[in-house]
Ligand binder design. Structure first.
Ligand code: TNX
Length: 537
């Protein structure tokens, strides 16, 4: 009898494997392990949703999803520990040996079980949601399977620049929804730049009264292309602190941490236009900028500036619960500091080598302040220049070199190199045939193939690579539709490089087998996206 059973099981499993053209069951990002079995579970109005804690964020998310999106009115009940047939059970039992953020999803003909703790439950739910067929009647048939899954990296990030163009709270939430569906967990919110200050600071009202508006919207491409103009309407907008709190909660309900970025010492024209005394040439008539690039004037490293930045950071830290505060640090030209008597005297007084030393002093001082509040700083890789602040995490964007150097100095790193296809403001095909963008040709194939752990690092150094991020800079992205077009479907490739084990990555399976149903889902939900092309044309 046993033999017969064994043989039958063997034959059946061969049968399953033989016809298995979709081993990852359409799931993006591809899970760690998927073991299919025979049969289906029928999800219907009679199915019960059982959970250990009914007010758990993930439980509420699934319950709301089934009711409001899947239109399946499944009753939510307390899990008694007894097995109940025709149920979806969400439980923290059976999670032994699961890595952080991991889950076990088991579907049998009688039950669905997600075993997980914390964020893992939310990710198990996202996978379950992807398994509910889009085309169905009043019930949904789910294929029987056993999935064990957890992320490759703890930091799975996506940035949105709301300064070059402003995006509404509603759009930011949509962006967060997309991130959540694809298991990204860190939203980097670029809130200040030369072209706009977008966060209300109670102590400095002019930051938003003056700094959130600009008159000019002439948008010439700063690479040698024909200057173009999108429109003639002024750009403005900012988030009140209440709106920010609302977005933080919305993200937290989806296990997404928001890392706010307050740029310094460069990319500061909107702040200088609001409070000229923070610059080295207060009489020069600073303006919120209407064109793109790098501007000469930056914060002057005076006591007044440090006082201002500490006040701003205090309000930012009170709002955002994240461990990290991003302090920018990129593209700060030093000519204004070179020309300033005050800066030259300061360099002498502090016995610094040069302006790079002054920048390093600047960032060290800010780091000390942020650390004193129990938080840590992230900076773009220029913060390496003149010496890294002791606890800083580096975002490597001008290639991987900055990240490699930082990891070798035992600093944590987030990889986001433009050379890796992670600059999703770059065109997704030949840029001459794409809508106006900053340039480039960064097709989905390129981002998909990116591996955030450079081979030159030792295993111990690789542990400093916390994860990976893609950046949506919005110089050439004035509308929500265009933001979606640039983001999608490259964000799905990002999710797979951030989550899926290297050995399970497979571009053919991703693009040909799994992506099409996700594109159909994007269509159904009226998202704009670029139809991907394997050759990047
Ligand atoms: C460089 S990435 C910048 C941004 C621009 C972006 C355009 C970085 C730290 N700085 O200010 O928007 O290039 O691709």
């Amino acid at each position: 009898k046993t033999l017969l059973l064994l043989v039958t099981t063997f034959v059946l499993s061969i049968a399953v494997q033989a016809q298995d053209t979709d081993p990852n069951m359409g799931i993006i990002p591809a899970p760690v392990s998927v073991k299919k079995s025979i049969g289906t579970f029928v999800l219907s109005q009679e199915t019960q949703l059982l959970a250990d804690t009914l007010d758990n964020k993930a439980v509420v998310f699934l319950s709301d999803y089934l009711k409001n999106t899947a239109m399946l009115h499944v009753a939510l009940k307390q899990n008694s520990g007894q097995s109940v047939s025709n149920s979806i059970t969400l439980t923290s039992a059976g999670t032994d040996g699961l890595p952080a953020e991991g889950y076990r999803l088991t579907i049998t003909p009688t039950n669905v079980t997600i075993a997980a703790k914390g964020a893992g439950l939310f990710y198990g739910i996202q996978t379950l949601i992807q398994l509910i067929p889009a085309d169905r009647g009043a019930t949904a048939k789910l294929p029987c399977v056993q999935i064990e899954d957890y992320p490759r990296f703890g930091y799975r990030g996506l940035m949105l620049d709301v300064c070059r163009h402003f995006f509404s709270v509603q759009f930011v939430k949509k962006y967060i929804d997309l991130m959540a569906a694809y298991k990204l967990n860190t939203f980097h919110w670029h809130l200040t730049d030369d072209q706009g200050w977008r966060i209300e600071i109670k102590k400095y009202p002019k930051l938003t009264e003056i700094g959130s508006r600009r008159a000019e919207t002439v948008i010439g491409n700063y690479h040698d292309r024909t200057p173009q103009q999108y429109d003639n309407t002024p750009v403005g907008g900012y988030y009140t602190q209440d709106e920010i709190r609302d977005v933080i909660k919305y993200a937290a309900d989806r296990y997404i941490t928001i890392v706010p970025e307050i740029e310094m010492p460069g990319h500061a024209m909107a702040a200088l236009a609001s409070y000229p005394e923070l610059g080295c040439e207060p009489e020069s008539g600073y303006k919120v900028q209407g064109t793109w690039g790098v501007f000469k004037n930056i914060y002057c490293p005076s006591e007044q500036t440090f006082g201002f930045l500490e006040d701003v950071l205090t309000e930012v830290i009170d709002l955002f619960p994240s461990k990290y505060i991003h302090i920018g640090g990129d593209e700060a030209p030093k000519s204004a500091w070179k020309e300033s008597k005050f800066c030259q005297q300061l360099i002498k007084k502090l016995k610094l080598k040069d302006e790079d030393g002054l920048q390093s002093y600047f960032i060290h001082r800010i780091e000390k302040f942020v650390n004193s509040k129990g938080r840590s700083i992230i900076g773009w890789d220029e913060i390496l220049e003149g010496g890294l602040a002791p606890n800083a995490t580096v975002m490597s964007w001008r290639g991987e070199e900055g990240g490699i150097a930082a990891a070798k100095q035992n600093h944590d790193v987030i990889m986001t190199p433009s050379s890796g296809g992670l600059y999703i403001d770059h065109a997704q095909g030949f840029f001459s045939t794409e809508p106006l963008s900053i340039g480039g040709n960064e097709p989905i194939t390129k981002i998909y193939r990116y591996d955030p752990t450079p081979e030159v690092l030792s295993d111990d150094q690789k542990k400093h690579i916390l994860g990976v991020q893609a950046n949506l800079w919005t110089e050439y992205i004035p509308t929500e539709n265009k933001a979606e077009y640039m983001l999608l479907p490259r964000m799905l490739a990002l999710s797979e490089i951030a989550w899926t084990p290297l050995a399970n990555k497979n571009f053919k399976d991703f693009s040909e087998t799994r992506l099409p149903s996700h594109l159909a889902w994007l269509d159904k939900n009226s998202f704009d996206y670029r139809v991907p092309s394997a050759i990047g044309a």
